[in-house]
Design a protein around this ligand. Structure first.
Ligand code: GLN
Length: 489
């Protein structure tokens, strides 16, 4: 029962064509068959998932189900889940079984979804290729020699190969959108503050945001309905009236469903560093949007060129502070041999963290240190403000901004692993969005050399519904998002 939509699964569950236990079993079997090749999951707990599925069936039988009741969902291993190993892709948390649920996990439980497993990821979500995971790299189902993108690469590979109907991810600088692009998925990073960060292991708190990875905008809307909402345990959670993110999608529309929509095309997205094959597909998508009735306008984001530099000051600064808690004392890895407390701290951290995480901690500590704070951290914060202003200015002239998600299709495993700056530039089109706190999504827009490419749509604050609708209208007339990689039947 591998279908293209969560709605179809919900219907099959409602009509008893399949039970949640049967459905969960089918996906667990697919994981058993294909995960050894892909390495998309860090943990699977069949008994636990099947017990949740049994409870969902009972709930469905009582007629108390919602749109996600009984549907298996995989979660990035950055979300604490009670009784589950929660590693964040790190040796540091290799032995950490969470005593509580993250808000996102809680919300999916409340909706009756089944926790299918925890997915592989770059260590502490630092990376764009999934190669920094302590559990080894994830393979891209479209080509096993290529990366799936990162840091939510396990989630993306799992959805793309049909090992789960949908998954969650987190996006600090592109980690939902970039793997969505590289694996032919729809992935959304919501407005900062829309989804609670409670229980989501912190990387860079002012940038981190959870969101869905799925096969279509319609599926993402259903998932976002479950995920979004105020949470007093997260001080940056926003109190807003409830919204049905799927509502606009069902509205009837004629040939030109996007008539009146203004799409902004920033010069900066079209004149730097994007591969010609990806650019060609983006141009074709723009033509399709014009056919759907949208009008395009030129806009400019002049400070965007500084976004990667500003991000690699701000994100490591916050990471160096957030990761101070991993000291071998309270939980997580502790070095087996040491001679005093300081030695225990330093050996535990030296042995528990991988190279990329250490690089970030060193950069972060440096830019926050006395004498450098003004030159780096403060400057980066100023650039962050300018970037947000650029977007605010652009949104005076357009409703959504469009461009590529990633400058290239999936690259080869190992290709950028030795060159951090090359790796950091993978997020050249996504990072500015996090610095500004805006919502954005990536949708499939075609293939180059057998590998998928992603189209990015960025909206103003809280325009998730519109973004999903703009994505959905494209998906109603294109079938890129329905393509599946060979070999995963
Ligand atoms: N690739 C970026 C980084 O390494 C973004 C990661 C993310 O969004 N979690 O920091």
């Amino acid at each position: 029962m591998i279908t293209d939509s969560l709605q179809a699964l919900a219907r099959a569950l409602a009509t008893k064509e399949v039970s949640s236990v049967e459905l969960t079993r089918q996906y667990l079997e697919r994981i058993a068959r294909h995960n050894p090749q892909l390495n998309a999951f860090i943990s699977v707990d069949e008994a636990n998932s099947l017990a949740q599925a049994g409870a969902a069936d009972a709930r469905l039988a009582r007629g108390e189900g919602g749109p996600l009741t009984g549907i298996p969902i995989a979660h990035k291993d950055i979300f604490c889940a009670q009784g589950w190993l929660t590693t964040c892709g790190s040796k540091m948390l290799n032995n950490f079984v969470s005593p509580y649920d993250a808000a996102v996990i809680e919300r999916f439980k409340r909706a009756g979804a089944v926790l299918l497993g925890k997915t592989n990821m770059d260590e502490f979500a630092m990376g764009s290729s999934n190669e920094t995971s302590f559990y080894g790299p994830v393979k891209n189902p479209w080509n096993a020699d290529c990366v799936p993108g990162g840091s939510s690469g396990g989630s993306a590979a799992a959805v793309a190969a049909g090992l789960t109907p949908a998954a969650t991810g987190t996006d600090t600088g592109g980690s939902i959108r970039q793997p969505a692009a590289l694996c032919n998925l729809t992935g959304m990073k919501p407005t900062y503050g829309l989804v609670s960060r409670y229980g989501m292991i912190a990387f860079a708190s002012s940038l981190d945001q959870a969101g869905p990875l799925a096969r279509s905008a319609a599926d993402c809307a259903l998932l976002l309905n479950a995920m979004a909402g105020f949470d007093e345990r997260d001080s940056t959670s926003l109190e807003r009236p409830r919204e049905d993110y799927g509502q606009a999608l069902t509205a009837a529309a004629g040939d030109r469903p996007l008539a009146g929509l203004k799409i902004g095309l920033p010069a900066e997205f079209f004149d730097q560093g994007c591969s010609p094959e990806v650019m060609q597909l983006v141009e074709a998508a723009i033509a399709e949007y014009r056919r759907l009735g949208a009008e395009t306008v030129a806009v400019s984001l002049p400070s965007m060129q500084l976004s990667v530099a500003a991000y690699y000051v701000i994100a490591p600064a916050e990471a160096s502070s957030n990761l101070a808690r991993f000291d071998g004392v309270r939980y997580g890895y502790r070095a087996p041999a040491y001679h005093d407390l300081n030695d225990m701290y330093s050996k535990s951290r030296a042995q528990g963290f991988g190279a990329e995480v250490k690089r970030r901690i060193l950069i972060g500590t440096y830019v926050l240190s006395h004498g450098y704070y003004d030159a780096y951290y403060l400057q980066a914060q100023r650039i962050r403000r300018l970037i947000a202003k650029d977007f605010a200015h652009a949104f005076q002239h357009c409703d959504v901004i469009l461009g590529p998600t990633s400058p290239s299709t999936a690259f080869k495993l190992g290709e950028k692993a030795a060159d951090p700056v090359q790796m950091y530039l993978s997020d050249i089109y996504t990072i500015a969005v996090n610095l500004a706190g805006l919502p954005a999504l990536s949708i499939p827009c075609g293939f180059a050399g057998g590998l998928p490419a992603g189209l990015q749509l960025i909206g103003d604050y809280f325009t998730e519904s519109r973004l999903l609708n703009v994505a959905h209208r494209y998906q109603q007339t294109s079938n890129w998002h329905l393509q599946r990689p060979a070999g995963f039947d």
